[in-house]
Design a protein around this ligand. Structure first.
Ligand SMILES: [Cu+2]
Length: 207
């Protein structure tokens, strides 16, 4: 009886250890993908949206809420990417009222003339590009790239972007930039993630 209890405990401990081991292994099966985007003349290019579309869509994390503010009659940020299904808040930090709208097929909506915080966020439920405007201030414009993945980034003023914790696997890389508005989508490029990567991306733009 004592012997079998010891054996049982041993099996239990070995079992627990192997589960811990499996979790540790699963947690390490992800990598960081770093990008440096260049324009056709080889200069660092900001505002490039880079999204890694996974071959396997199992167990995708749910989208986190996002926010696009209105500050000094501008949208902040002016270029952003969100996962399909993201609820975006549009707080107005100005003393003037704004009337935010989109006619883009990926999301048609309007937030009629308001100040402060609208009652509800707007859920961006389809992939595609959404151009935001304000009915009152014609110069206000922003771009939201709604992507079907939780792994994306937008390049900063130095042309760099980091996509963190990308699970190992196969992806299609989707790229967009505001200067490509109205042009055909750039072809998707395959990417295999099996460790940290550092990629340079030459973005085709019209002069
Ligand atoms: Cu406005």
């Amino acid at each position: 009886m004592t012997v079998s209890l010891v054996a049982f405990r041993r099996r239990l401990i070995v079992g627990v250890l192997s589960v811990v081991g499996a979790c540790a292994a699963a947690a390490t099966q992800a990598a960081n993908v770093a990008y440096r985007a260049l324009d056709p003349s080889g200069r660092a290019l900001d505002s490039v949206v880079i999204a890694l579309l996974p071959a396997s869509r199992a167990n995708l994390p749910t989208p986190r809420p996002a926010r696009i503010e209105q500050v000094r009659k501008s949208f902040m940020p002016q270029v952003s990417a969100v996962q399909v299904g993201t609820a975006i808040e549009f707080p107005n930090n100005d003393t003037v009222r704004h009337h935010v709208y989109s006619f883009s097929p990926a999301k048609v909506f309007e937030l009629k003339l308001y100040s402060g915080r609208p009652e509800k966020p707007v859920v961006f439920d389809k992939p595609g590009l959404v151009v935001l405007g304000c009915n009152i201030h014609d110069q206000m414009v922003a771009y939201v790239s709604v992507v079907d993945t939780p792994w994306f980034a937008v390049t900063g003023s130095d042309g760099s972007a980091q996509i963190r914790d990308v699970p190992f696997g196969d992806y299609q890389v989707q790229v967009w930039h505001p200067r490509r508005l109205g042009q055909p989508d750039l072809p998707l490029r395959p990417l295999r993630v099996a460790g940290d990567l550092s990629e340079t991306l030459a973005v085709e733009l019209k002069p």
